[in-house]
Every structure is written in C-alpha cells, then in structure tokens.
Design a binder for this molecule. Structure first.
Ligand SMILES: Nc1ncnc2c1ncn2[C@@H]1O[C@H](COP(=O)(O)OP(=O)(O)OP(=O)(O)O)[C@@H](O)[C@H]1O
Ligand SMILES: [Mg+2]
Length: 223
C-alpha cells in the first residue's frame, strides 16, 4: 500500500518584486487506497502542494517521505524514475501536445517507463482510452478536441502506466455534468477496486464529497 508523509513542507515563489509563501508548513499524510480532495480558494496553494507531493516541485523546507523513502535525498535520475513509477498525474492545464495524436499523448508516460515493455504499449493505450470513452479519437490530433475530450485524454494518460498513486489537479474543471460523473466514477473505481491512492484538487464540492476525506487550504495552510 502506498504512503505519503509530508511534515512541515513549505514552498515560496520569489519574483523581483515580491515573495509568495504558496505552501506554509503543511503536514499531510495519506496511505493505502484513500481518496482525498484538496479544496480552497484560488491561489491558496493547492496546486503547489500537489506538485510537491508528486515530486514535481521540491519543498524548500520540511520532509517528504513516499513509501518510507525520503525523496528529498534522491538524485535527479532516481527521482524521475521513482516519480514515473509512483504517480499518474493529471495536470491542471492538461499539458497535451496539440500537434500529436491522442494515441501519442496517452503514450507519453510509457516512453519514460523502463519497466513496461514496448510490446505492451498498444494494449495499454487502447485500454486507457476505452476506460475514458475516447477510443474513437485515438488518431485525432489533440489540438482538435473539445475541452472535455482533452480532459479525458489527460486522465487516460495518467492511468496508462498503472501507478499506485493518482494525482489530479481539477480533473473535472471543464466537463459537463455527465462527463464529470464519468470521470469521478473512473477515479473512485481505480481507488476502491484497484486500490490506488487518489488525491484530487478541486473547486467542486460535488467532486470533493465523493472522496473519503476533504482537506481545506487557505493562504498556504491546511485549516
Ligand atoms: N510560478 C509562480 N511564480 C510566482 N508565484 C506563483 C507561481 N505559481 C504560483 N504562484 C503563487 O502561489 C500561490 C499559490 O498558487 P497555486 O497555484 O498553488 O494556487 P491554487 O490553490 O492551485 O490556485 P487555483 O485554484 O487558481 O489553481 C498563488 O498566490 C500564486 O499566485
Ligand atoms: Mg491550481
């Protein structure tokens, strides 16, 4: 079972004119197949916290253990391999390659995965696309999709390597009610049936209420 233990982590952003304390001494523990929603106003530090938990941003201070391993001590190469094997990530702006097909976009994390064989890629991509109802879009360029379709591609990409932890930043942000429900059904099924940990940043209380636990942030702190 996966575990994440953050103790007193902090992150500030510095610009020429000001410093923003985006995450301010946060303690956060999740384990097993728990689902957690992180909610809070815009600018309260939700994405920054998620990016630290997912090893995309290093904390300035504090300790972060994932599966008992202090990840701040890992070198760059070990860190990226660990990240790739541990987290499926749905980023807030989807970060799709618009000139590439849906197939290639979903394939991206597989190219960084040293364990899954190339001969398995196709099957996994089809499986992930089917789970999100976008099998008929695999040959389409990502730039030619609607917002909701793009969101589903981003989620398919996050599950294609079958990692134990799914981190999702506003995964239902641009979806209509039906698609929102579909996405939540998929995320909750991954959590309860496939024992994945799911951490979702959301503004949407309907989404948050489906999770086992809701954590609220304000001004960089958990309240
Ligand atoms: N790259 C950056 N440089 C400077 N400041 C930043 C940067 N990224 C975020 N911030 C600031 O840090 C604070 C927290 O940002 P963050 O993106 O974590 O908030 P959020 O809760 O995810 O907001 P939203 O709901 O709008 O996505 C905000 O005040 C934001 O303006
Ligand atoms: Mg955000």
């Amino acid at each position: 079972m996966p575990t994440i233990t953050a103790h007193s982590i902090c992150k500030s952003y510095h610009t020429n004119h000001y410093t923003v304390k985006a995450v301010d001494h946060v303690d956060f523990t999740v384990s097993g197949n728990e689902s957690v929603a992180i909610v809070g106003p815009s600018g309260s530090g939700k994405s920054t916290l998620l990016n630290m938990l997912g090893m995309i941003l290093p904390p300035d201070e504090g300790s972060l253990q994932i599966d008992g391993q202090d990840i701040t001590l890992l070198g760059d190469r070990k860190k990226s391999a660990f990240r790739n094997h541990t987290f499926g990530y749905v980023v807030q702006d989807f970060a799709l390659l618009d000139d590439e097909t849906v197939y290639s976009n979903i394939r991206l994390p597989l190219l960084y995965n040293k364990v899954i064989r190339r001969s398995e890629h196709r099957k996994r991509i089809y499986h992930a696309a089917e789970a999100l109802g976008i099998s008929d879009k695999l040959r389409r360029k990502a730039g030619k999709l609607s917002g909701g379709e793009r969101q589903r591609v981003a989620i398919a990409r996050s599950i294609v390597c079958d990692q134990p932890i799914i981190l999702a930043d506003e995964p239902t942000g641009s979806l209509d009610a039906d698609n929102k429900e579909n996405v939540m059904t998929i995320l909750m099924r991954l959590c309860k049936e496939e024992n994945k940990m799911v951490i979702i940043v959301t503004h949407d209380m309907d989404v948050a209420k489906q999770c086992d636990r809701i954590v609220s942030m304000r001004d960089g702190k958990i309240i």
